[in-house]
Design a protein around this ligand. Structure first.
Ligand SMILES: [Zn+2]
Ligand SMILES: [Zn+2]
Length: 252
């Protein structure tokens, strides 16, 4: 499995893009950054998007992406999956004919470029050649983490989440974890209130796993707190941990 980090920041600043993780060129985990990181031919290869939740930083790349696909004349729709509430929110507040056209009726209603596909939590489904399972996580809006499994790889992407003990108890063995840490420990109260993690909260979550994944990839740092979060994470001395940067690539 190939993983390319299109963006991994917890807010926008120069050199820090919104979250989106490209798996094997065709499947996107969240859509915060697409056209700002990928040439058109690479955008054309994306067939599926899994949305963790409808927050702007996780969907903001979608409008230009689907517009680009229509302009180049792609016929095959892109399937955008998420919880029913996430998809409703994105349709109602983003692709609503005001903020942006309704691309589930364009270029024509019979063959639109977007296909919305709601997913239910804790029910396995197939996307391309991955077995996918969605897990509810705590955030300020309903949100899902996604586990992708293929061959020996079991990858979990948490999206945005606050402490969610039940996730770690039900997730099974993971080889790779992409997990957020948005705030430093001094803002633990704010993190809890807004449904995010700090380094210490991450350590508490990981302690609930029977076995640590070999690879723990950290994302969604608020750029203003980046140095502080890096110091606090380093002090935890968690093996196999990497703080992600935009444009990194991994072979899983
Ligand atoms: Zn969020
Ligand atoms: Zn976010």
């Amino acid at each position: 499995m190939k993983l390319r980090i299109l963006g991994c920041a917890g807010s926008e600043s120069p050199g820090r893009k919104a979250p989106a993780f490209l798996v094997d060129d065709g499947l996107l985990l969240d859509g915060g950054t697409i056209g700002a990181a990928l040439p058109q031919e690479a955008q054309n290869r994306i067939t599926d998007v899994l949305l963790s939740h409808p927050h702007h930083d996780h969907v903001r790349g979608l409008p230009s992406f689907v517009d680009n696909l229509v302009v180049v004349g792609r016929k095959e729709p892109v399937t955008i999956r998420g919880s029913a509430t996430t998809l409703e929110a994105v349709q109602k507040h983003l692709f609503n004919g005001v903020i942006w056209p309704d691309f589930s009726r364009l270029p024509c209603a019979e063959a639109p470029i977007i296909r919305w596909q709601p997913v239910a939590p804790l029910v396995n489904f197939q996307v391309r050649d991955y077995l996918v399972t969605a897990f509810p996580v705590k955030h300020s809006v309903p949100a899902l983490a996604y586990r992708l499994q293929r061959d020996q790889v079991s990858l979990l992407y948490t999206g945005d989440m606050g402490p969610t003990p039940e996730l770690w108890r039900s997730i099974g063995t993971l080889t790779t974890l992409i997990v957020e840490v948005s705030f430093p420990d001094e803002h633990a109260a704010l993190a809890q209130k807004t449904g995010h993690l700090t380094p210490s909260l991450l350590a508490q979550e990981l302690a609930l796993l029977p076995r640590l994944p070999a690879q723990i990839l950290i994302c969604h740092l608020k750029p203003i707190y980046e140095e502080q979060i890096r110091r606090e994470i380093a002090a935890l001395q968690i093996p196999g941990l990497t703080i992600l940067s935009d444009a990194q690539e991994f072979s899983l």
